[in-house]
Ligand binder design. Structure first.
Ligand SMILES: Nc1nc2c(ncn2[C@@H]2O[C@H](COP(=O)(O)OP(=O)(O)OP(=O)(O)O)[C@@H](O)[C@H]2O)c(=O)[nH]1
Ligand SMILES: [Mg+2]
Length: 613
């Protein structure tokens, strides 16, 4: 074989390819316990025991080389070397889930039959042992005709052996011509090979089977899911409050320090009004973000997420979608961008388009600061039932409105622009696993970092620009600075449009910069109130107190309703353009979401006024 330069990890979804990739290359690709996590190929550097460095590619999971979804197509093209200018990887590393051998052998045989240098990583042997399976790698090796290396990716077991086997992988096609086999033939032989490789099996599946009976029960299951989500939103409020208060106090103390030590003038105003009030008002939501992601990551790692998709399948079928759409939609709770990317695992193009179009309706974590600031200011912090706070309940309600909105929109789209029947849904349920503390902490750290980086880059930049636009031209004697500024004048124009739905000029002012990212709405409200403040004492007031004195309850509620729908995120539009190959659908998305935002904010405002709130 010519000098070894490249290898790729192939196998069924959820076999642990990305976990192996991370362990072998030191990368930090997302891993989670459900199929369809990786949707793009990703390359990294692997150093072999021989000292050579090769390029290792992580691929999306696949069930076969003739699969049709966009992510599986990537796998096929890379494996077969169909990408222009990119030769096929020299060594194929087939990753098998040892606890799910028979099923994973079906695709493995297809890859091995290509006759290329191949190594099998028999991964998750720890789970197989846990389930009472004793395997014989040697039997598997002789049945498959390629080296088989037992591994535990998450505990780094078997990695040096795997790397050595990659280095030693041999050219095989000449000696072992494989006839083309059909899927049925491969299924039959998969069963035979698995049987021969399994030395003994004790019935230890019982606990998990019982757990599934309970969690997948037609009506207990949804109840548990609903209850769980409910707990999450309660925790986001109650758990975060002390930390958020401490952060807020810290930022206020820094602002006081700046006021005391920097002489009065533009520099001081810039730091206190622009940076500390503006960016600081977003950063205080870090504890909420961390708590939300703690639950999301734990659900992903434990294997519960895929069960939730299974439970939702029936509901999704009613609106013309399948459980396949559930995972992209669920990812959209973090951010619509990975959510829209995750739709690549949906084979049916119309299912996929519908899912892309409704993904922005899922409440992404960027909305959390907006919701939380309004809820904390306007919704009394009292218990409706023992242990059930009103604030958490309202937050939960906002998430539900987003979900219901998405379902209604899906129903309408599926009977008009993306007309068609729901496609079937099959997804394998992953094994239950206890989330590993290290993975959880790493995941939380990554999410916290993403949040802080946004605050330091995009939110900071937009807030600085806004602060400049708010401060120039300077106000004359007796005139308010915001009224005199460029930003104030621009906002006056937009205010005419949004006044009918109960929005004031301050809100109009925050909506334009918030197109960059939703959290900017909070930062720009805080900055504009700090700039508009008559004196230092007023400027130092927390945003919540400013809102309470300046907004009516109907206005605050209309603002919440607006943010359930409004597509205020440039990056989402950009990703939708890339994933749908054109401007048509992102423009459609902008139009329908802004219309819904306007209509629902208006309905909310006028209903609240009519109710005398
Ligand atoms: N116990 C155990 N868990 C593992 C092992 N390898 C991976 N996992 C877990 O299995 C789950 C799936 O791992 P991934 O690496 O995301 O799987 P993948 O093959 O990349 O999946 P797709 O990207 O969806 O194709 C994760 O929860 C991992 O933590 C292993 O050897 N033992
Ligand atoms: Mg993966």
């Amino acid at each position: 074989m010519p000098e070894l330069r490249s290898a790729a990890l192939v196998g069924n979804p959820n076999a642990g390819k990305s976990a192996l990739f991370n362990a072998l290359t030191g990368a930090r690709q997302k891993i989670a316990n459900y199929p369809g996590v990786t949707v793009e190929r990703k390359a990294g550097r692997l150093i072999l025991p021989t000292g050579e460095t090769i390029e290792l590619t992580d691929l999306p999971g696949s069930y076969g080389l003739d699969a049709t979804s966009p992510d599986e197509e990537v796998t096929r093209k890379v494996v077969l070397g169909e990408l222009p200018g990119e030769p096929a990887p020299q060594v194929l590393v087939v990753v098998l889930d040892a606890s799910n051998l028979e099923q994973h052998l079906v695709f493995a045989q297809e890859v091995i039959a290509l006759g290329r240098p191949t190594v099998v990583a028999l991964n998750m042997v720890d789970l197989a042992e846990r389930d009472g399976l004793v395997l014989d790698p040697a039997a598997l090796e002789s049945a498959l005709g390629v080296p088989v290396i037992p591994t535990v990716a998450v505990r780094r077991r078997g990695l040096p052996e795997l790397a050595a086997a990659i280095a030693a992988a041999e050219e095989r096609s000449a000696e072992r011509p494989h006839p083309h086999t059909t899927l049925t033939e491969r299924r039959v032989s998969a069963q035979a090979i698995a049987e021969a490789a399994i030395l003994s099996e004790t019935a230890q599946h019982r606990l998990h089977a019982r757990l599934d009976q309970f969690l997948l029960h037609p009506w207990i299951g949804p109840l548990v899911l609903f209850g769980l989500l409910f707990v999450v939103f309660q925790a986001v409020f109650t758990g975060a409050t002390p930390f958020a208060d401490a952060l807020e106090g810290g930022i206020a103390a820094v602002a006081d320090q700046v006021r005391a030590s920097v002489p009065q003038g533009m520099v001081r105003d810039f730091v206190t009004e622009g940076v500390l009030s503006g960016v600081g008002s977003v950063v205080v939501f870090l504890p909420q973000i961390v708590i939300l992601f703690f639950f999301i990551l734990a659900m992903e790692a434990s294997g519960y997420m895929a069960r939730a998709a299974f439970l939702m399948d029936r509901l999704m079928a009613r609106v013309g979608l399948s459980g396949r759409s559930f995972i992209p939609l669920l990812s959209s709770f973090a951010c619509a961008i990975p959510g829209i990317m995750a739709t690549r695992s949906i084979a049916d193009p119309r299912d996929r388009l519908t899912t892309i179009l409704i993904a922005p309706l899922m409440t992404c974590s960027a909305r959390l600061p907006v919701y939380a600031v309004i809820i904390a200011a306007f919704i009394p912090n009292r218990a409706v039932l023992p242990g059930v706070g009103l604030q958490g309940l309202v937050l939960f309600g906002l998430y539900v409105v987003g979900i219901v909105g998405a379902m209604v929109v899906a129903l309408v789209l599926r009977s008009s622009v993306t007309k068609g029947a729901a496609s079937g849904f099959i997804m394998e349920l992953p094994k239950y696993q206890l989330p590993r503390a290290k993975d959880l902490l790493l995941g939380l750290w990554q999410r916290a970092w993403i949040f802080l980086r946004r605050a330091g880059t995009i939110i900071f930049t937009v807030t600085v620009v806004l602060w400049l636009l708010l401060n120039f031209p300077r106000a004359g004697e007796g005139q308010n600075q915001v009224d005199a500024s460029i930003a104030g004048k621009l906002a006056n124009g937009l205010a005419v449009v949004v006044e009918p739905i109960g929005f004031n000029r301050d809100i109009a002012l925050s909506l334009i910069p918030a197109m960059a990212a939703r959290e900017v709405a909070v930062a720009s409200l805080a900055t504009s109130y700090a700039v508009a403040a008559e004196d230092e004492e007023q400027a130092a007031l927390a945003l919540g107190e400013q809102l309470r004195t300046k907004w009516s309850l109907p206005t605050a509620l209309a603002f919440l309703a607006w943010f359930v729908f409004a597509p205020q995120c440039m990056s989402t539009i950009a990703v939708a353009r890339r994933e749908t190959n054109g401007w048509k659908w992102p423009l459609f998305m902008l139009l329908y979401l802004f219309s819904l935002a306007y209509i629902f904010a208006g309905i909310t405002y006028w209903s609240a006024v009519a109710l005398g709130l």
